[in-house]
Design a protein around this ligand. Structure first.
Ligand code: URA
Ligand code: SF4
Length: 194
């Protein structure tokens, strides 16, 4: 049975399905437009996200927000969430069993939002969604379509902060996302006409 946003919020807030519940300050379920055409999936909350209970509000969040603005959108128009909803200690990668435990929530979010385009921020986001062997340097910028949803693997903003020389490639990926949204919009606009 499909859950509602309210039910999902309650389930995540009370969740103890993996060990990350023991060290979290706040759960970070996700936020944005519940009917967004564009969704962003990160890895997991960092320190600032854990403190505020909101996704991408630290340093990588500032960069992500700038990139969203650069393709002509506001954060409130897109939906932003993560593979795991609780902060991994010391910002380590989520363990496979933690990601597996949390993935039902992400599936529910995708089912509720029904985005047309999903940007996968970094290896971890790709690994638990489209396929397990991903090398962002090789695989970024290539569309992956599944059941009419278009997935775009790209660099995690924290990787761009560590190595600004990757920003140029990331910007090209974001431009492809912007163009895909326009293309889907145009196709939807002509449906039913000659
Ligand atoms: N990094 C992530 O992957 N997600 C956040 O929400 C913040 C930083
Ligand atoms: Fe539950 Fe996900 Fe938090 Fe683990 S990370 S406790 S599965 S909400």
């Amino acid at each position: 049975m499909r859950v509602s946003w309210a039910q999902l919020g309650e389930q995540i807030a009370a969740c103890e399905k993996c060990r990350l519940c023991e060290t979290r300050t706040n759960v970070v379920p996700g936020e944005g437009n519940p009917n967004a055409r564009l969704m962003f999936i990160g890895e997991g909350p960092g320190q600032e996200e854990d403190r505020q209970g909101r996704p991408f509000v630290g340093r990588s969040g500032e960069l992500l927000t700038r990139m969203i603005h650069a393709i002509g959108l506001e954060r409130s128009e897109v939906y932003i969430c993560n593979i795991v909803k609780c902060r991994p200690p010391q910002n380590r990668n989520p363990e496979p069993d933690e990601a597996a435990a949390c993935l039902d929530y992400l599936r529910a979010q995708v089912a509720l939002v029904r985005p047309r385009v999903v940007v996968l921020l970094g290896k971890v986001a790709c690994q638990y969604t489209i396929r397990d062997q991903v090398f962002i340097t090789r695989d970024h910028g290539r569309w992956y379509e599944q059941k009419g949803v278009w997935f775009m693997p790209t660099f995690h903003p924290s990787a761009l902060l560590r190595d600004p020389s990757k920003k140029r490639d990331a910007w090209e990926d974001f431009q492809k996302v912007r163009d895909k949204l326009a293309e889907l919009e145009a196709a939807a606009g002509t449906e039913g006409t000659d």
